[in-house]
Design a protein around this ligand. Structure first.
Ligand code: OOG
Length: 261
């Protein structure tokens, strides 16, 4: 584990790279000792800092949960991150790209929790029982690392490349749709660029929540009622630039769109 002063220094560096977006070298190149736990220690410090600034925690994200994403990024384990309320944009928003470095979009299924969930081993049934509704989401990722290249400890310290996210489409009760087989088709400027089934995320996107809850438990925490959870991109992420229009059509869950300005 890196010492506390080093973790503080890395936190300040990441916070600045996110607030006035610019790239930085991969953290493990500069701090070869940085491991996954250090990455999460940086995330904890980022959260404390953002809460101090009056920002609000609205949920959590799981990332690198599908084969497509793991292969694209060369990372073989999921990561978890935090979602702040001011990074949520309404459906149909125009997202300014001047506030982003090299944005990418991905289609996800979001869960909104009605009950607190905790413990070392919750079942899929317990996840579904604790869920208020599931809803289409587009996550806009923006790695603060050069060329979007990182390893697991570095991307965790960068809060899983989180930049913005949009929720929309048709919210459904989790038990009223078959979450293993929801088709998702992403179009960029009218052309299909990616498609997947929701089962691409660990066989069932509720597994992301299972893993998240187990991970939280290991840190003495639970998933609070009311949390939004992004379960991870089902397809590889697609790069976007100004004037791009993205729409994702979900089977039985409507569609969601976003534009870039
Ligand atoms: C890391 C974050 C991945 C997802 O849904 O897989 C992620 C990245 O690919 O930049 O959030």
């Amino acid at each position: 584990m890196l010492d506390s002063a080093t973790l503080d220094r890395i936190t300040a560096q990441v916070a600045t790279a996110q607030a006035a977006p610019h790239t930085m070298p991969k953290l493990t190149e500069v701090y070869p000792g940085l491991d996954v736990e250090d990455g999460y220690a940086v995330q904890d410090r980022l959260l404390a800092r953002w809460l101090d600034e009056g920002r609000e925690l609205i949920g959590l994200k799981a990332g690198l949960t599908s084969k497509a994403k793991m292969e694209q990024m060369g990372v073989s384990e999921p990561s978890f991150g935090i979602l702040m309320r001011d990074t949520l944009d309404p459906e149909g928003s125009i997202i300014p790209t001047q506030c982003l470095i090299h944005p990418r979009v991905e289609a996800e299924i979001a869960f909104v929790m009605k009950d607190e969930l905790g413990g070392p081993e919750v079942s899929i049934d317990q996840v579904l029982d604790a869920t208020d509704f599931v809803q289409p989401a587009i996550e806009i990722l923006d790695s603060r690392f050069e060329k979007f290249k990182f390893d697991l400890p570095s991307v965790i310290a960068d809060n899983g490349s989180s930049a913005r996210f949009v929720m929309g489409g048709r919210p459904r009760r989790a038990r009223n749709v078959d979450l293993r087989t929801i088709g998702m088709v992403m179009e960029l400027n009218g052309e299909i660029v990616a498609m997947a089934s929701s089962g691409a995320v660990l066989g069932h996107p509720a597994r992301s929540i299972q893993m998240l809850v187990a991970w939280l438990h290991g840190r003495g925490r639970t998933l609070p009622a009311g949390s939004i959870v992004l379960t991870g991109g089902a397809t590889a992420a697609i790069a976007v630039k100004p004037d791009d229009a993205v729409i994702v059509r979900y089977q039985d869950m409507g569609e969601i769109s976003v534009r870039f300005g």
